[in-house]
Design a protein around this ligand. Structure first.
Ligand SMILES: Nc1ncnc2c1ncn2[C@@H]1O[C@H](COP(=O)(O)OP(=O)(O)OP(=O)(O)O)[C@@H](O)[C@H]1O
Length: 624
């Protein structure tokens, strides 16, 4: 709804957006407005020169002027035309990069907004849709944010041409000029209906195209290759693709039908305009005995005059469309930030300080959801405590972690850092207190060392090595050509290494350790690890978390035993809390889940591998 409201009523108008673009150009590339004006002068100058060539030459022939003078006039006209067209071409090809810089600047602003916005915005479908539209409006040299300058060139060209032609025609009956303007305006209006149709059905056309492109690309996507083959998805995808193509073709056919009628109207109006104009010209030529050169000048000027009028109207309509896109970009850049950033209180990280975090009557509901994910949660995460969070799928564990680290703000209640509401602080300063391993990874295509240190320069290589070692990845990295300087990922580097799921998870753990933050958040950090690697992490867990506050989510209940406290989430509430032993003794939900997990180990595997009879070996237990 919000997205619709945004596109329906632009907040910024055409003139405001022109000012906005000029201000960016002024900062980034001052040549742009000058090139726009110069190109308009060249283009209109060339058209005006062409208007005069034939009548002037004909006039000289009529008046029996000297042949050499006529040749000189032709040479002069040719030189002027060459100079104007040459200058126009030069500006058009050599100054295009200046315009691209302005567009890049916008793209950069959009990227900065997206990467830095309050995390909750990234969950908002309206925000994501707006971001996509903004990126589309900047994605090529033909995108509206770059075409905008060409449109202004066209407008200025047409305005100059209009003024000069009007001056030429001023000696004729003003009613003729009125007829030319009126028919040109009528042509424009019928053309505008087409544009409006296109604009109104833009989403429909884009959706049909997107669906077709998606299905068209599907077969080539590597991540689908296995499923397509094993499940025999080919006929299904081809059928869907054929359906999408039919929808797209039907949309194009409708558009073409609408366009055809506008073209018919345009031809009829042009025919009427030219008929009236030429009849009038022939009449005054006969009545007032106009010379052939004057007749030719008026004749050419009348045909061209209508073009300038439609040119001005068309280009303003074009500018209006581009302005809508620019308004969307500006509205996106203005998108409200629920979190405080630079406007918040700075938060200095205190070296050696163990922070306490409190959830005070915290409830949280995702935007658009019908029920709360967390309800009235009260929790003190004590300074230096190792807290484990367990619960069934969807119990709200990850949501709890996101509230703790300030990705989400409670819909009711408060999150406190050492007793102070975190909403008062610059949220980016607050993030500095955390290192985390989340369930979804973000590995950049760069070197292993850079991924661990999350920087390009100034990497502490000794620390990278120590963290890789702690995360159990040092041996695998040493075996790679280049070691920590080996590239990972194939999107950028053809020789990039592809890490396995477990190795990537260890890399993420090494990254979290490198940050050396006072609070460590681990959301199922061992889900992709083999049992030996997992056990290794557990053995090192005390060392990893020494001097830090940590929150550890795991589905493997036995793995939480080495935490100081376990909270068991159920239906968005803390149902039970205590140590592993006290929770087992209490015989509640945690104990029941633990019994289910350890059953298979007691009945089989654990017995075979020598696990404890009570099923409390660190490596035991399946996942919930
Ligand atoms: N972005 C979102 N928008 C709407 N609902 C969400 C969103 N993210 C999570 N939820 C819902 O919130 C509930 C809790 O999700 P959460 O990821 O916190 O659970 P979890 O305990 O970590 O689950 P799991 O063990 O599967 O990782 C789920 O019902 C989920 O559908």
């Amino acid at each position: 709804m919000e997205a619709e409201a945004r596109s329906a009523k632009p907040r910024y108008g055409m003139w405001s957006n022109t000012g906005f673009m000029l201000s960016i150009a002024w900062r980034v590339s001052r040549n742009v407005p000058f090139a726009v004006t110069a190109m308009a002068v060249c283009a209109s100058g060339a058209a005006i020169t062409e208007l005069f060539i034939a009548p002037v030459i004909l006039g000289r022939i009529e008046s029996h002027a000297s042949a050499s003078g006529t040749m000189l006039a032709i040479a002069a006209f040719t030189a002027v035309l060459m100079a104007l067209n040459g200058a126009h071409e030069y500006l058009d090809t050599c100054k295009v990069f200046d315009r691209t810089e302005v567009r890049d600047n916008l793209l950069w602003s959009i990227g900065r907004k997206t990467a830095g916005t309050s995390y909750i915005n990234t969950l908002d479908p309206a925000f994501r849709a707006a971001e996509r539209k903004c990126s589309d409006a900047c994605n090529s040299n033909w995108a509206p944010t770059e075409r905008f300058w060409s449109t202004w060139t066209e407008i200025l060209t047409n305005v100059i041409g209009f003024a000069v032609y009007l001056a030429v025609l001023s000696g004729l009956d003003p009613r003729l000029i009125a007829v030319v303007i009126a028919t040109a305006a009528a042509s424009y209006l019928s053309g505008r209906r087409i544009n409006e149709w296109g604009y109104r059905h833009r989403e429909e056309g884009q959706t049909a195209l997107k669906r077709f492109d998606y299905l068209n690309d599907l077969g080539a996507k590597r991540e689908y290759a296995k499923d397509i083959r094993i499940f025999g998805l080919r006929p299904w995808i081809l059928e869907l693709r054929a359906g999408a193509l039919r929808t797209l073709a039907a949309f194009h056919a409708r558009r073409e039908r609408t366009t055809m009628w506008a073209n018919v109207i345009d031809v009829a109006l042009t025919f009427a305009r030219n008929g009236v104009a030429y009849a009038y010209l022939i009449w005054i030529t006969l009545a007032q005995e106009l010379s052939a050169s004057q007749f030719l000048l008026y004749f050419t000027a009348i045909s061209g005059f209508g073009m300038w009028v439609t040119g001005i109207l068309d280009q303003f309509a074009e500018l209006n469309k581009e302005s809508l896109e620019l308004s969307q970009i500006r509205e996106f850049l203005d998108w409200p930030e629920p979190f405080a950033f630079e406007d918040g209180e700075p938060l200095q990280r205190r070296i050696g300080h163990a922070y306490q975090i409190t959830l005070d009557h915290v409830s949280f509901r995702y935007p658009g959801a019908g029920v709360d994910t967390l309800t009235d949660v009260n929790l003190d995460i004590h300074a230096g405590e190792r807290l484990a969070v367990v619960g069934l799928n969807g119990a709200g564990k990850t949501t709890l972690i996101k509230l703790v680290c300030g990705f989400l703000d409670p819909t009711a209640g408060r999150v406190l850092l050492d007793g102070e509401d975190i909403r008062r602080y610059d949220r980016r300063d607050y993030y500095e207190l955390f290192a985390a391993v989340f369930q979804d990874f973000s590995v950049l295509d760069s070197t292993i060392a850079q991924n661990v240190a999350q920087r390009f320069d100034g990497i502490d290589r000794e620390r990278v090595r120590a963290c890789l070692h702690e995360a159990g990845l040092a041996d695998a990295v040493d075996a790679l050509p280049g070691g920590p300087d080996a590239h990972i990922g194939r999107a950028v580097y053809e020789d990039g290494v592809e890490l396995s799921g477990g190795q990537t998870q260890r890399l993420m753990l090494a990254r979290a350790l490198y940050k050396d933050a006072p609070i460590l958040l681990l959301d199922e950090p061992t889900a992709a690890l083999d049992p030996i690697a997992e056990n290794d992490i557990y053995l090192h867990y005390n060392r990893m978390t020494a001097g830090r506050t940590s929150v550890f989510i795991s589905h493997r209940l036995a793995s939480t035993r080495f935490c100081d406290r376990i909270i068991f989430l159920s239906d968005g509430r803390i149902a039970e809390q205590g140590t592993h032993e006290s929770l087992l003794a209490a015989g509640g939900g945690y104990a029941r889940l633990f019994a289910v997990q350890s059953k298979y180990y007691r009945d089989g595997v654990a017995g075979d591998t020598g696990g404890d009879a009570d099923g409390t070996d660190a490596a035991e237990g399946g996942t919930l």
